[in-house]
Write a protein that binds this ligand. Structure first.
Ligand code: NAD
Length: 362
């Protein structure tokens, strides 16, 4: 502890591997010495058991008050995961608990920096992409309807306001982070109006950022490009559904979903969650890869203005992966969650990081 007032942060352990990776991320964040007062809140199955609802008011209120949270993955059952939230006499129904959380807290950008690491085996060329996924609209608004027993419709909603906002956010990010190119992914050759409007908003916003290149690809061609020439994609802006899908593709290219962190950014509240889900197939075994969530911790530290600590965590992760000794089974190794975490915590100790980490130290 360094005598500073602690940052107030809500932590939601979540479902499946959530509690295991939360323990890991909290350990690493605490090892940086940045003072944090953690406030645990429940969502998902634990909340359903305690409060009878997977997203209780008490959790939403805690996140609104702290304005920042570290959030583990939540199970969202197939076909039956709709969640209704009642607030101030108004009732809203969302297609899943994660969708409900993002929309109740009015986050609009899901930022997912996904990259390849030395020491992690992958058959693909090196990747270093930041996905900017719009999360307020598209098909994920959940407006679905049965038109009789054998026909179902879904509405895809794209607005100029939300599309321009995500492109502006992406270009501002690119400018701040010295990224050189913003790419839009879409299917405007078929979805002429909806994805057409999304693409047009990208072009309109790009005109205000002449120093940053702008291009676009159809989302199918984009998948091939990400696999074959990932170095040509830098900041990637996508509507909600393509952003969801391509995030997992990028995680796979990097070597595992367990390397893909993320932030949900809003005007009032931001919360940090990995791209991956609750991984029920490996929950409780102590073998989940904690790195995506630890990198979420680094993003959280950066958001709190603790940029030096954030860089130290990122450098420690890169150092540990490069050693190749502490790889969880998803990366082809045999290390356990706690061993990877300890290796990162040890690497954070003064004098242990290489030149890059030392520069970022403090
Ligand atoms: P998933 O991401 O949970 O798992 C896909 C595969 O990747 C599994 O084989 C899993 O073992 C592996 N994997 C994921 N994270 C890993 C990690 N950190 N370390 C090692 N291996 C890892 O996707 P799924 O199986 O389609 O979904 C499981 C549940 O999670 C579903 O209920 C789904 O709705 C939910 N989900 C939640 C979120 C979220 O909370 N933001 C995101 C995606 C999925």
């Amino acid at each position: 502890m360094n005598g500073k007032r602690p940052h107030e942060v809500v932590v939601v352990p979540g479902d499946g591997i959530g509690p295991e990776i939360t323990e890991a991320a909290v350990r690493v964040i605490e090892a940086t010495g940045v003072p944090i007062a953690w406030h645990e809140a429940l969502a998902g199955e634990a909340a359903r058991q305690r409060y009878g609802h997977p997203l209780p008011d008490v959790t939403l209120d805690a996140m609104r008050t702290a304005r920042v949270a570290l959030k583990g993955p939540l199970l969202a059952p197939k076909q039956t995961g709709r969640v209704t939230i009642r607030r101030e006499g108004v009732e809203n129904t969302y297609p899943s608990v994660n969708n409900a959380l993002r929309r109740e807290l009015a986050v609009f950008a899901n930022v997912r920096p996904i990259k390849s690491y030395a020491g992690v085996p992958s058959p693909f060329p090196a990747l270093d992409v930041v996905i900017m996924r719009e999360v307020t609209e598209d098909t994920y608004i959940g407006w679905e309807e049965m038109k009789g027993p054998d026909e179902a419709w879904a509405i895809k909603r794209i607005t100029r306001q939300a599309s321009e906002r995500i492109f502006r956010f992406a270009f501002q990010y690119a400018r701040r982070e010295s990224r050189r190119r913003v790419t839009a992914g879409h299917k405007a050759n078929v979805l002429n109006l909806t994805d057409g409007l999304f693409l047009q908003c990208g072009r309109d916003v790009a005109a205000g950022f002449p120093e940053i290149a702008f291009d676009d690809y159809m989302v199918d061609a984009l998948c091939v490009r990400l696999v074959k020439q990932p170095e040509t994609i830098d900041v990637l802006v996508l509507p909600n559904q393509y952003g969801d899908i391509l995030s997992d593709l990028c995680g796979g290219i990097a070597g595992s979903l367990g390397l893909a962190p993320g932030a949900n950014v809003g005007e009032q509240v931001s919360f940090f969650e990995a791209s991956h889900g609750a991984a029920p197939d490996i929950a409780g075994q102590g073998i989940a890869n904690p790195i995506a969530f630890i990198l979420c911790g680094a993003m959280l530290l950066g958001h709190l203005g603790e940029g030096e600590a954030a860089k130290r965590v990122q450098a420690a992760v890169a150092t540990v992966l490069k050693q190749g000794r502490w790889l969880t089974p998803d990366l082809g190794g045999r290390a356990r969650t706690a061993e990877v975490t300890s290796a990162i915590v040890d690497t954070l100790q003064p004098g242990r990081l290489g030149v890059e980490g030392e520069k970022g130290g403090g």
